[in-house]
Design a protein around this ligand. Structure first.
Ligand code: SF4
Length: 219
């Protein structure tokens, strides 16, 4: 069921999508669209008058804000931790990575030796897909750079299941993220239309379908 978004919020969101920060033009949330179809990033960044459908993003945002108030009462044991310090909706940016984002929650383990930082993403989802892990790893890189502390793991908090799933930031996941970010930057700089999605079923429900004349049920 679509959520009604006040018109001024919609304009603000659209403006934000277009107002790509020059130092950090990629947003962590872009990784989700990238995994779905590479063309979406192209349309969002290279075409001047694309109007994104936003209600799904809005649903996620509203659920995340609700979760924040629940999280204030939640024990650290839910994350397998004894204690820590929670910080919500931390804005992060890196000129080196060309990336920025707002992580739902950060757990600071100040007493650990060495001190550790743990990103937590609230998801209204029952699965932990590839794009979710990449997003979490992206927050980890941003946090490491901003704080100088290592981020060895993070958590996806699955709201419907009330369950925290630990994700280890392995060397393989970090390499995959760096490679993905490099490819995304190339699309933004080169302004070349990437290939279409692998399955037409993705196109059939895509809000950018009207721009893709080269896709058909035979794709
Ligand atoms: S219609 Fe298909 S190819 Fe075009 S942006 Fe959407 S998913 Fe990608």
């Amino acid at each position: 069921m679509p959520v009604e978004i006040p018109e001024e919020d919609l304009y603000e969101l659209q403006a934000r999508l277009r107002r790509r920060d020059e130092e950090a033009p990629l947003m962590v949330t872009d990784l989700k669209q990238w995994i779905y179809c590479r063309r979406i990033l192209y349309y969002l960044t290279c075409l001047p008058d694309v109007r994104p459908t936003t209600y799904l993003m809005e649903v996620g945002r509203q659920e995340g804000e609700l979760e924040e108030s629940r999280e204030l009462r939640r024990a650290f044991s839910r994350y397998g931790l004894e204690n820590g310090r929670k910080e919500f909706r931390l804005h992060l940016s890196s000129a080196r990575l060309g990336l920025r984002g707002v992580v739902d929650m950060v757990i600071w383990l100040d007493e650990e030796q060495p001190p550790e930082v743990i990103p937590v993403d609230f998801k209204f989802s029952r699965t932990v897909g590839a794009h979710v892990q990449l997003q979490l790893a992206a927050y980890a890189l941003l946090l490491e750079e901003a704080s100088g502390r290592p981020a060895r793991r993070g958590f996806i908090y699955q709201i419907p299941l009330r369950k925290a799933v630990e994700v280890s930031f392995s060397a393989a996941l970090r390499r995959k993220l760096e490679k993905t970010l490099h490819e995304m930057r190339q699309v933004m700089q080169g302004e070349q239309l990437p290939p279409p999605a692998r399955k037409f079923s993705q196109c059939a429900v895509c809000e950018f379908r009207r721009f893709c004349n080269d896709v058909s049920p035979a794709v």
